[in-house]
Design a protein around this ligand. Structure first.
Ligand code: 5GP
Ligand code: ZN
Length: 116
């Protein structure tokens, strides 16, 4: 439900969040339960349920937000790499039904498992 959607509330400024980076159609924030130091989320400003629901024409802007978010958090946290993770549908671990891409900064030997 769009009205109850936490990411719609954040996108509209109804819930306060520190914005890492934004462009016309996407913004990024830190995940409330970080799996790695600097774990952040790239979120669409409009409500799309998942990646299949999102127009392909937004691909370039999505990648722009992913790249700029990853560059900033990697630099700030001295990370050496990052994973991009996008869960679609409950079976694949999607909990918030508003499309988002996890950016997980990584360090050599951190032993983090990023799936799930
Ligand atoms: P999913 O499992 O749907 O791919 O991931 C949802 C992510 O959103 C989780 O990692 C969870 O910690 C994060 N999350 C849920 N609610 C909030 C919130 O209100 N604020 C922030 N910053 N992250 C949230
Ligand atoms: Zn939403």
């Amino acid at each position: 439900m769009e009205g109850d959607c936490i990411f719609c509330k954040i996108a509209k400024g109804e819930v306060n969040s520190e914005i890492i980076y934004e462009n016309d159609n996407f913004f990024s924030i830190f995940d409330i339960h970080p799996k790695t130091d600097g774990h952040s989320l790239v979120i669409s400003k409009k409500h799309f349920e998942n990646a299949l629901d999102m127009p392909s024409s937004l691909g370039a802007e999505l990648l722009d937000c992913i790249k700029n978010t990853a560059l900033k958090v990697m630099k700030d946290r001295n990370a050496e790499g990052f994973n991009i993770l996008n869960n679609n549908f409950e079976a694949a671990g999607q909990v918030v039904n508003h499309v988002h891409f996890h950016i997980l900064p990584r360090k050599k030997g951190d032993g983090v498992s990023v799936v799930g």
